[in-house]
Design a protein around this ligand. Sequence first.
Ligand SMILES: *[C@@H]1O[C@H](CO)[C@@H](O)[C@H](O)[C@H]1NC(C)=O
Ligand SMILES: *[C@@H]1O[C@H](CO)[C@@H](O)[C@H](O)[C@H]1NC(C)=O
Ligand SMILES: *[C@@H]1O[C@H](CO)[C@@H](O)[C@H](O)[C@H]1NC(C)=O
Ligand SMILES: *[C@@H]1O[C@H](CO)[C@@H](O)[C@H](O)[C@H]1NC(C)=O
Ligand SMILES: *[C@@H]1O[C@H](CO)[C@@H](O)[C@H](O)[C@H]1NC(C)=O
Ligand SMILES: *[C@@H]1O[C@H](CO)[C@@H](O)[C@H](O)[C@H]1NC(C)=O
Ligand SMILES: CC(=O)N[C@H]1CO[C@H](CO)[C@@H](O)[C@@H]1O
Length: 314
Amino acid sequence: MCLSAIGYLLAILALRVAAWQSLEAYIVAVNKFGAECVSDPRGNSTLTTLCISFVNPAPIVAQGNASTLADNVVGRIDITTNFVGQELNIEYLYGLFLEGATANTTQLIGTPITTVPQALVVEQPVAFVSFVTNLLFSTVNLTLPLQIDVILRFDDETMKVTSYDATLRRWSEFWDYYIPLLVPKAAEELMAANTADVDYCNSTDIIVHRAAADICTVAQTYCLGGNQQYDSYDQCVQFITEEVPFGASWSGGENASDLAYRWKDIDMVKYRPDVHCPHVGPTGGDYCIPRNYIDIVLNPPFNESFIAYTASGQ
Ligand SMILES: *[C@@H]1O[C@H](CO)[C@@H](O)[C@H](O)[C@H]1NC(C)=O
Ligand SMILES: *[C@@H]1O[C@H](CO)[C@@H](O)[C@H](O)[C@H]1NC(C)=O
Ligand SMILES: *[C@@H]1O[C@H](CO)[C@@H](O)[C@H](O)[C@H]1NC(C)=O
Ligand SMILES: *[C@@H]1O[C@H](CO)[C@@H](O)[C@H](O)[C@H]1NC(C)=O
Ligand SMILES: *[C@@H]1O[C@H](CO)[C@@H](O)[C@H](O)[C@H]1NC(C)=O
Ligand SMILES: *[C@@H]1O[C@H](CO)[C@@H](O)[C@H](O)[C@H]1NC(C)=O
Ligand SMILES: CC(=O)N[C@H]1CO[C@H](CO)[C@@H](O)[C@@H]1O
């Protein structure tokens, strides 16, 4: 009885294993998640030249869909928050790194230029990938590495990502390291633009005003008519610099002006103002909420497990 039950379970397991798509299919899908490599010259990457990358995400951000993400994908990025559905996940995954590529002012987040894989483990339908991406801060000619870890779960039929959990490793340490290196250049830019009310003896104030100039330029350029968020550029700057805190390096998603919340949204606004203008505005849309540490740790947003079947003993 017991043996046959085990035999039955083994048979189920064998069926399941036989039903999974190949490891190669998973590796290709992991690659596409990183860069939508299909339309990229690096698209024929293999395991040895893994093309995980957020380099040049513009086409994904512009078209607002990614063939790699399931419609109801649930994602989490540790320094920001949880995102449900394609549009928001594209915003946060790919939009985060976009603007720095074209802006001619000092951006608070660098532009990914190269990516080197560090780890890849696949056990269908779950994969773990870790990569070091080099971020370029072009106005200060500085390139710095950041390691990113992502656990992914795929729909084995469509090979689209249904859940992902991403961690920007050592982000707070990274932030404390690089932000001071941007301050002199940011101050120079603000002075050149005759920006009012900046305390040039206060590094944080310089960075806050740099962020405000970028956020408010975008808000006033693209959020028009029914999408308007602020009465004027000056009112926007006043709100960003005085009414919300700048926020900690890790507190994106809270009601703050910093990179990971209002600042990072500026990339997406021009493509779909109706969706993204509230994210740079005073309300912050639905995504600008206080977060409780214990709640974050104990209540993951995912509808499915990241524990692979063999590990779970099923
Ligand atoms: C893609 O693969 C083909 C065939 O293996 C190879 O000839 C070509 O150089 C590769 N392209 C790139 C950009 O690596
Ligand atoms: C993405 O959107 C564009 C334009 O809306 C559409 O042409 C394209 O087929 C879509 N791609 C996918 C993979 O859904
Ligand atoms: C930076 O870009 C803005 C808007 O695209 C433009 O008005 C400005 O002249 C540029 N500044 C420099 C120094 O290139
Ligand atoms: C930027 O930095 C690189 C590497 O440190 C250096 O070779 C290059 O000359 C620098 N470029 C400028 C414009 O300063
Ligand atoms: C520096 O600027 C920040 C942001 O504007 C502000 O919150 C902080 O109080 C300022 N610090 C000092 C010492 O003035
Ligand atoms: C964020 O803070 C501002 C200023 O205090 C406030 O007006 C706004 O309602 C807050 N937004 C949320 C979502 O709490
Ligand atoms: C079908 C289902 O349960 N969907 C949920 C998946 O998780 C997200 C985020 O927690 C929920 O918003 C969905 O309702």
